[in-house]
Write a protein that binds this ligand. Sequence first.
Ligand SMILES: C[S@@+](CC[C@H](N)C(=O)[O-])C[C@H]1O[C@@H](n2cnc3c(N)ncnc32)[C@H](O)[C@@H]1O
Length: 270
Amino acid sequence: MHRWQPELGLIQETLLLTLYARALDATQPSPILGDTLSADLADKIDYDFPRLKVKPNLIATTALRAKKLDDVVRAYTTAHPGCVVLDLGCGLDTRMSRCDPPPSVDWYDIDFPEVVNLRSECLPGPSHLVGADLTTSGWLAAIPGDRPAMIVAEGLLPFMPGDSFQTMTRELAGHFPSGELALNGYTRFAAWAMKYHPTIKALGIKAAQGFDDPREPESWGAGLELIEEQILTRAPEVDRFPQPLRALTRLTARSTALSRQGARILRYRF
Ligand SMILES: C[S@@+](CC[C@H](N)C(=O)[O-])C[C@H]1O[C@@H](n2cnc3c(N)ncnc32)[C@H](O)[C@@H]1O
């Protein structure tokens, strides 16, 4: 079997972490996301995955946040079959195949050029690929601006330096007539603490971006309005977490402040 040897920078390499977490979820007796395509893809990549030291918590929360973001995307594409979907910092995520949008939807997978090149080789699909550094402007010119947009950004926020995520959000909201932005939120503490996470430490990344108040993006000048904050420690899928993670997560669920330090999904309309 041919195996791909990815040559990626440190930030780009984080895509292998989320891919591997989804692949491991698919092999669990009771998977949360059950993304067997990710499992097949990880098998085809020649990479020392065990060095990432992926723990049960990361497997469960990565699968759960992906599942919840998929639900958001599916609901939007069903309600707006003429929309475009933008997966920002898509990595090697198989989201389009999981969401299976109506054929009238145009789906754009966007990441650094070396990532979309790798993607076009090992995960060919019907999405439009845009190779761009999201901290720069100009890349939106490749995407039609006259249709509603579902924008999803999973695992991206902490890696965007300074206020580049805010700037990008303003440009996105200005480009489309209307839309929704969905992301997994990181508090400032969670983003700061990421650099002590064994996996992020193994990659040598100093991730930093986050915000505490889910309403903070409403002040970014992008016309965002918070429509939902999902606290994932309270999701029914926690029943499928292995022990002792399940018990610990249920305990954490009692405190909103503590739960916000973990996985949560934020949705904004513009
Ligand atoms: C943690 S990975 C998540 C990948 C994917 N969303 C997933 O859930 O599997 C972060 C992704 O963001 C991308 N990324 C980070 N900073 C970026 C930037 N400035 N421009 C484009 N992509 C970026 C990385 O290349 C990587 O693919």
